[in-house]
Design a protein. Structure first.
Lengths: 157, 673
């Protein structure tokens, strides 16, 4: 049977899986007050908040990519499903964080007195920059996603 | 002269009957990509070529041997009320299973047209179907339709007008094994002798008796000829006959399918691939929780600027009203009562719309069915199955349709438990209470608190089910078979429409029952209490313990004082039984939002209540007595005051215990201090 994935898919799943899992766990650690930063202010420079549930979502997304990586390494053809769904999930969470940013920005114009000294970057989250990786993925594999009436993943590269 | 006919839309669950109904009648009934959206028959009208058609949208059913309440509604309408024509809507992506019902409808001898729906999805999957050949094989008209876009509807209507005047029946189209045929003939002879059976096609009635259909056997028992029927049935083995009859029907279907269609089975479809992930035994539940978290985070955070716009508008309106109206009591009624009360509720409209929009996306995409599927393992541990989870998810919108959706559950005990636990699922009407209090006391973590309350509702529902299953509603586990529909990309128009349908109900409530409620509260807050000696609507009386509402509140305050609630909260909870939104509306009136420059959130955060009591109030609102509409539907669906009263007492008892433990333990350990 023809294999529906190659080294690019496997590498992407591994990379995205590791990044999402590590950054998600970092969110959770910050949320419960454990400092795991390698250098002073590491969480701030990576825009990581103390957010247990947000971190959980990133870990789950990472888990989906890593499961796909595991299956593809075992030669399971349908393992590529996890890569595609992982990409869709990460784009969904990227959208959620962008909506939150947009909501805060809009609110700062409506009630400026509540936002004195506030910067838009305070609501910037790893879910956004990690989503850029998936955006690259969806552009690279765009011929495999058909979003008409029904969701279709086409086979083959 | 205009001819009047009745057309029934029948078919398996989730094949697009309601989409076709909407396309024919122009109505906007709720359509969802999951089984069990329609649990009652719905009527509509359409005139076509001088024929006035009454269209009846029936709940989905897999066969004419009905098990659940919604299936019985569909079966009884076709058999007892005898529509002039039955249009069976078939899912073109799943022909084999859908055609099983066709074989039964053909045996029934009803005038039948097949609407081959979702043909676009079948094509996208790579399937091909020869419609003309299918029509020749079945000897009934087959029309290709795409219900969601109105495709093929005119052809379908043309076909109905032609078929209605054609004389042909499909009885006796299937020939079964010799032993079955012999018994069917014998039963047919007995039935022919008794006018009681003239209402039913004798061949169909005989086959149903041989299949051991309990409903039909019950009908037969009412006839004088039953002893003869019983004698024939005693010689047969119903289980073996039922299996043989089903086998024969499927063989016929498979023979036809080999000739009329080519199903693409070479590759995994998009839906199959997504299902491999979202129903994965390790990842399924975490993915579901992540998606729910995303929905609540957006509901709370993205709605904030829109809430502030509404807040600013009502602040301006209250100020203008007090400037323009010179009669003090009228200014108080409009400003402190109507504007403060209704404004406190309407401020949450953006949250309601956003939450419903996201629930609609999950429903329309087909994900909700997967949620039920992945929860089956958890549900089976508490003695229910995944099918009971669908009404619970529907409860996020409103508990009333959720309780009605339990009609899809075959086992009466499972259904009863699901009805009793459904009110614990947090509905949209409770959301304003959470957004208000979580926003006041938990700032950036408000989204997490609201998510936690929804999770608590589900947790309490599941634990209660387990408790009931092992004590008062004992029963056996039943197998769970559920069809997972293909994923669809939800249309923006469809999701906005669903969001608006539900948002409209909220707006209507705000302008109706909530307005009446807050005016009632204003009146009680303005009338002096017996013996207080004040004057109506005076500042010294309004909303104080010297007012009538303060008098009532103080009487019931001892009941809620151990939970950290004062008399104002006691009154708000009492009025909240009418509709949960009134809890917020009452607080708006009683905490004097109309007189104050600050919003209700700011007033509460400034010390009107402690964060611990606020959390307790959210938990109490989640679990205590459901609203009037919900109580009514519990009574109707259980058919028992005993169970209705049990639900009210059990829920309120749980709410009190949870809030009591939270407040008392929390106070002692300094939680949120």
């Amino acid at each position: 049977m023809e294999q529906h994935y190659g080294k690019t898919e496997i590498t992407f799943a591994a990379l995205a899986g590791v990044l999402y899992t590590i950054l998600g766990m970092y969110h959770i650690a910050e949320g419960i007050g454990i400092d795991i930063g390698i250098y002073e202010g590491m969480a701030g420079s990576l825009f990581i908040p103390g957010d247990i549930l947000g971190g959980f979502c990133l870990v789950v997304t990472g888990g989906v990519f890593l499961y796909g990586f595991k299956e593809m390494m075992q030669g399971i053809n349908a393992g590529v499903s996890f890569l595609y769904v992982g990409i869709l999930m990460s784009l969904l969470f990227m959208m959620v964080y962008l909506l939150i940013m947009g909501g805060n920005l809009l609110d700062s114009f409506i009630v400026p007195q509540d936002y004195e000294g506030w910067s838009i970057m305070e609501t910037f989250r790893p879910g956004i920059y990690l989503g850029i990786l998936s955006l690259a993925g969806i552009l690279y594999w765009k011929d495999r996603f058909s979003l008409n009436e029904v969701l279709v993943f086409r086979e083959g590269a | 002269m205009t001819e009047k006919i009745t057309v029934a839309l029948a078919g398996n669950p989730n094949v697009g009957k309601t989409s076709i109904f909407n396309a024919i009648t122009g109505s906007k009934q709720h359509v969802g990509n999951w089984p069990g959206v329609t649990v009652e028959r719905k009527m509509g009208k359409r005139k076509h070529k001088d024929i006035e058609m009454q269209i009846v949208d029936l709940p989905g059913t897999y066969s004419l041997t009905a098990y659940s309440l919604d299936e019985i509604i569909a079966r009884d309408f076709i058999i007892e009320e005898k529509p002039d024509i039955v249009v069976q809507v078939i899912d073109a992506t799943n022909l084999e299973r859908n055609l099983y019902l066709t074989t039964q409808l053909m045996e029934l001898g009803t005038k039948l047209i097949i609407a081959l729906n979702m043909t676009d999805l079948a094509l996208a999957k790579g399937d091909s179907i020869e419609v003309q050949k299918m029509q020749e094989f079945l000897e009934v008209p087959v029309i290709s339709t795409i219900g969601s876009r109105g495709g093929g509807i005119e052809d379908l209507l043309d076909s109905i007008t032609e078929e209605i005047h054609r004389t042909r029946t499909n009885e006796n189209v299937f020939v079964y094994d010799g032993e079955i045929e012999k018994s069917a003939d014998e039963l047919g002879n007995v039935l022919a002798d008794d006018p009681y059976y003239s209402h039913y096609p004798s061949r169909w009635f005989s086959m149903k008796l041989l299949e051991g259909d309990e409903n039909i056997i019950k009908k037969a028992k009412e006839s004088g000829n039953y002893p003869q029927i019983r004698k024939i049935l005693q010689r047969t083995d119903a289980d073996s006959f039922e299996a043989k009859i089903a086998d024969q029907r499927y063989k016929t279907i498979q023979t036809m399918l080999r000739q009329v269609c080519n199903i693409n089975t070479d590759h995994l479809s998009g839906s199959d691939m997504v299902d491999r992930v979202v129903t994965n035994k390790y990842l399924g539940i975490p993915i579901f929780l992540s998606l729910m978290w995303a929905a609540f985070e957006v509901t709370f955070t993205f709605a904030t600027p829109f809430m502030n716009i509404i807040d600013i508008f009502f602040g301006w309106l209250a100020e203008t009203a007090s400037d323009v109206i010179t009669i003090s009591w009228l200014a108080s009624l409009v400003g402190d009562g109507m504007i403060a009360g209704v404004g406190s509720v309407l401020i949450f409209l953006p949250n309601i719309l956003l939450l419903f929009f996201m629930i609609s996306l999950m429903e329309d995409s087909g994900y909700m069915s997967r949620a039920a599927f992945i929860m089956d393992k958890v549900m089976s541990k508490i003695g229910l199955h995944g099918k009971s989870f669908i009404p619970l998810i529907m409860g996020f919108g409103c508990n009333v349709p959720a309780i009605m959706a339990t009609r899809t559950i075959e086992d009466s005990r499972d259904r009863l438990i699901t009805i009793l636990i459904a009110p614990f699922v947090s509905c949209g009407a409770r959301l304003p209470v959470y957004v208000l209090l979580a926003g006041a006391f938990f700032g950036r973590d408000a989204g997490i608190v609201i998510f936690g309350l929804y999770a608590l509702g589900i947790f309490v529902a599941l634990i209660s089910a387990k408790l009931m299953r092992s004590t008062i509603v004992k029963g056996e586990d039943t197998p769970f078979i559920m069809e997972l529909p293909s994923y669809k990309i939800p249309t923006l128009k469809g999701s906005i429409l669903h969001m608006w349908e539900r948002g409209k109900i909220y707006l209507k409530k705000a302008g109706g029952i909530i307005l009446i409620g807050v005016v009632g509260i204003w009146l009680l807050a303005s009338i002096p209490a017996p013996g207080s000696g004040g004057t109506f609507a005076s500042e010294e009386i309004y909303g104080t313990t010297d007012s009538m509402i303060g008098f009532i509140g103080q009487i019931i305050e001892p009941l809620v004082a151990p939970l950290g609630f004062d008399w104002k909260i006691a009154v708000a909870l009492m009025f909240g039984v009418v509709a949960k939104e009134i809890v917020v509306g009452s607080m708006g009136v009683l905490y004097g939002v109309g007189d104050n420059e600050d919003s209700l959130t700011e007033i509460l955060a400034a010390g009107a209540m402690t964060p611990l009591a606020g959390l307790g109030l959210m938990v109490f609102t989640l679990l205590y007595v459901p609203c009037f509409a919900c109580i009514g539907v519990i009574k109707r669906e259980t058919g028992s005051w005993k169970w209705t009263v049990f639900q009210l007492l059990y829920g309120t008892g749980l709410a009190w215990i949870f809030a009591f433990v939270l407040y008392q333990v929390g106070s002692r350990i300094g939680l949120f201090a």
